[in-house]
Design a protein. Structure first.
Length: 239
């Protein structure tokens, strides 16, 4: 049965829009944990468009569940991770102009940089995952560099894509999870999941943690964060 990691990034732009102190991402993380979040995910972007360094530091001190820090594979971010010491790190590709993380890492093409970052995090006692598309070549490359975990990008199997693309995306995820586990890696998953499309991923065996952000924060506007997480978690852990 998968666990639910709740990404709270999208609480912060509401605060930034007015330059005020509310809504506080730490309060959002607490409410998410109350609703059953097994972990809290945050993406400290290079442009700090969502969360800021002090948010992540305060969160680290306040959280009673594990923190998963999403970050680019840069020296500056490695230094921050080693200072903050989250339970997990997820290395993601990052482009300034993107609206959200657009795809998985090119692990095979960036082998030298990623292997070096993984080794530095590993030496610092931090388990890191690589955000990858469900592509056998990328999974093989991740296993070769001894990644402890991968997070499968599930964003290519949801609306507004046409039905045949969604079916193909789900088939690729199904075909990737088991081999990745067989290669000795923990398999997480995330991106683009909502109440109406979470089940095909949640019911897959071999998925450890499912990371969901935008749809939960959007739903929280109407029902509150604790309830929004409760609703999603019920679907994630349903047998
Ligand atoms: N996993 C990763 C690696 C991500 O970059 C994101 C988006 O920040 C998510 C999961 C969550 O995606 P969403 O906000 O679409 O649920």
């Amino acid at each position: 049965m998968a666990e639910l990691g709740v990404n709270i990034d999208h609480v912060a732009p509401l605060r930034q829009a007015r330059g005020v102190a509310y809504p506080d991402p730490i309060a959002a993380a607490r409410a998410a944990a109350e609703g059953g979040a097994d972990g809290i995910t945050v993406h400290l972007r290079e442009d700090r468009r969502h969360l800021r360094d002090d948010d992540v530091l305060r969160l680290r001190a306040a959280l009673r569940v594990g923190m998963n820090l999403e970050m680019a594979a840069t020296d500056a971010m490695v230094a921050i991770a080693l200072r903050i010491r989250p339970a997990h790190v997820c290395l993601v590709p990052e482009r300034r102009a993107e609206i959200t993380t657009e795809g998985g890492l090119d692990v095979a093409g960036q082998q030298r940089v990623l292997a070096d970052v993984l080794a530095r995090l590993r030496d610092g006692g931090i388990r890191a995952s690589l955000f990858v598309d469900p592509d056998p070549a990328q999974l093989d490359a991740a296993a070769t560099m001894r990644a402890a975990a991968v997070e499968l990008h599930t964003g290519r199997s949801c609306a507004p894509l046409p039905a045949d693309a969604i079916a193909a995306g789900l088939a690729a995820l199904r075909d990737a999870a088991e081999p990745a586990r067989a290669l000795g890696m923990i398999v997480n998953a995330g991106h683009g999941r909502r109440l109406d499309n979470v089940r095909p991923i949640a019911e897959r065996p071999h998925v450890d943690i499912l990371n969901i952000g935008h749809s939960i924060v959007a739903r929280a506007v109407f029902v509150g964060m604790t309830e929004a997480v409760r609703e999603m978690r019920a679907l994630v852990v349903a047998p």
